[in-house]
Unconditional design. Structure first.
Length: 159
């Protein structure tokens, strides 16, 4: 049962990574394609729902699962505990990064900035795009540690 929860944690983290990559590869290119028109279209599109709705659900689920597997496997071995602890910290770090860096830029792009302030919008989209790759790398590093823990768990089981 414990391993199933670890698989669930890994699955959710993989989903977050791929949605994040999709945002970098598709959405950000659309946002910056024809500023200010592309930002205006995105603002209209985001009036009903936006990617934050997805991340507000699955990011906390990922963190809770990360904490649960850390607790469940705490006594298994120090190396597994270290891997799961590192993964948990990285998943939290990605969310802290989201709140501290991305939310203010989302507000600029999609709420507060005047559409006539093209330079600010272009700079903000560029900053957002570059740092989203870093956030994806943080999630990928968390996944690496989760997979390392899973590998170590299977090594212990089948010795």
């Amino acid at each position: 049962m414990k391993t199933i929860i670890l698989f669930a944690s890994i699955s959710i983290a993989c989903g977050l990574l791929f949605v994040n990559l999709y945002t970098s590869l598709v959405d950000v290119k659309s946002w910056g394609s024809d500023i200010p028109h592309s930002i205006a279209v995105t603002r209209d599109y985001f009036k009903t729902v936006n990617p934050g709705n997805f991340f507000r659900i699955f990011s906390p689920v990922n963190q809770v699962l990360g904490l649960v597997v850390l607790v469940l496997f705490w006594k298994t071995s120090p190396s597994i505990r270290l891997c799961l602890g590192a993964a948990f910290v990285l998943y939290i770090l990605a969310d802290v990064f989201t709140f501290a860096y991305f939310y203010p830029r989302n507000d600029i792009m999609f709420k507060t900035a005047q559409l006539t302030d093209v330079d600010l919008l272009k700079r903000t989209v560029s900053e957002w795009s570059g740092m989203n790759w870093l956030r994806s790398l943080v999630i990928l590093a968390g996944l690496f540690f989760s997979f390392m823990a899973l590998h170590k768990i299977y090594l212990l089981r089948y010795k």
